[in-house]
Design a protein around this ligand. Structure first.
Ligand code: FE2
Ligand code: FE2
Length: 305
């Protein structure tokens, strides 16, 4: 029988803010507390994760480790600031001291790809990758990257997904994401290829109510991610899906298929964030009902016990 998991999710950075003194900023960062572990998933774009943590009384020095959903800057731009807070930890006699052994950051090796965005009609490719050098984060901020393409079990009940298979015909990587191949020029489109985003990952948490799935951006699709979570954990019941769904600008076919699948699986709660978009949020709310749907923005705290 599954051990009862006490779970707390604190959204530190999202496009919109829930309440006074919190910052909204395009991006995503969420603190996951489960099995006695405090895990930060993504860091947001800029300073909002640190600011909102301070505003909410969340002490980043007590966070145990970090995981990344993918390499886009709106999920990784806060890395340096967050690591600066995490490298100081509470030591003997409650004094802050430098953390021994560095700060573990679980990520797919392709997060370091040279990631660009180009919208239809735009002439320039805009850099949207991690705005830091790995070496710099390791040497100056004490990061210790644990890179994997496979799932990484963090506790008995918490697993970082690794690569998510894309198995259906309605979830596709949006056509604005590009990679620049190493050693090629940025000018004139030379060296740019579509980014298949193998680094797009999520967190799966086994609870006595069912799976809780924490998305990053869901570039590989919310339904693909849910099915991967079920296959990996052996748990069919999905209690909650929360995070960025990347349904912004989704086709009618994708929206209808997504809503149909979520209803078929009888997901109890769906909390949308970040790259969902207002129009798709409204469609989800109408399709799933307000007893299932909710907005999940910066400052939201979800507790399961
Ligand atoms: Fe992204
Ligand atoms: Fe994103």
């Amino acid at each position: 029988m599954l051990k009862k998991t006490r779970l707390r999710l604190v959204t530190l950075s999202e496009n919109t803010a829930k309440w006074l003194w919190l910052l909204g900023e395009w991006g995503w960062s969420i603190l996951v507390e489960a099995d006695g572990l405090r895990l930060l998933f993504d860091t947001g774009l800029g300073s909002s994760a640190v600011h909102n943590a301070d505003a909410m009384g969340v002490d980043l020095a007590t966070v145990d480790k970090m995981a990344l959903s993918h390499g886009h800057v709106d999920h990784t731009g806060g890395l340096r600031d967050v690591l600066e807070r995490m490298r100081l930890t509470v030591g003997h006699s409650n004094f802050l001291e430098l953390r021994h052994g560095g700060i573990e950051v679980i990520a797919h090796p392709e997060v370091w790809g040279l990631k660009f965005i180009k919208h239809p009609g735009e002439e320039e490719y805009s850099f949207r990758g991690i705005p830091f050098q790995k070496k710099e984060l390791e040497e100056r901020q004490g990061a210790r990257f644990v890179e994997s393409r496979e799932p990484v079990w963090i506790t008995d009940n918490v697993v970082w997904s690794g690569e998510i298979p894309m198995l259906n015909d309605y979830e596709k990587i949006v056509g604005i994401c590009y990679l620049q191949e190493e050693g090629k020029d940025v000018g004139g489109g030379a060296g740019f290829v579509p980014d298949p985003l193998p680094d797009d990952a999520a967190l799966y948490i086994k609870t006595d109510l069912g799976l809780v799935i924490v998305l990053g951006c869901a570039h590989r699709g919310i339904i693909n991610t849910v099915h991967h979570a079920q296959a990996l954990t052996g748990m069919d019941k999905v209690h909650m899906v929360v995070g960025g769904t990347h349904l912004i600008k989704a086709s009618d076919y994708q929206m209808e298929s997504t809503i149909r699948e979520l209803k078929k699986m009888a997901v109890d709660r769906v909390g949308v964030s970040h790259c969902t978009g207002l129009e798709s949020s409204l469609k989800l709310a109408a399709g799933l009902g307000m007893d299932v749907f909710f907005f999940n923005n910066a400052g939201n705290v979800i507790t399961l016990s």
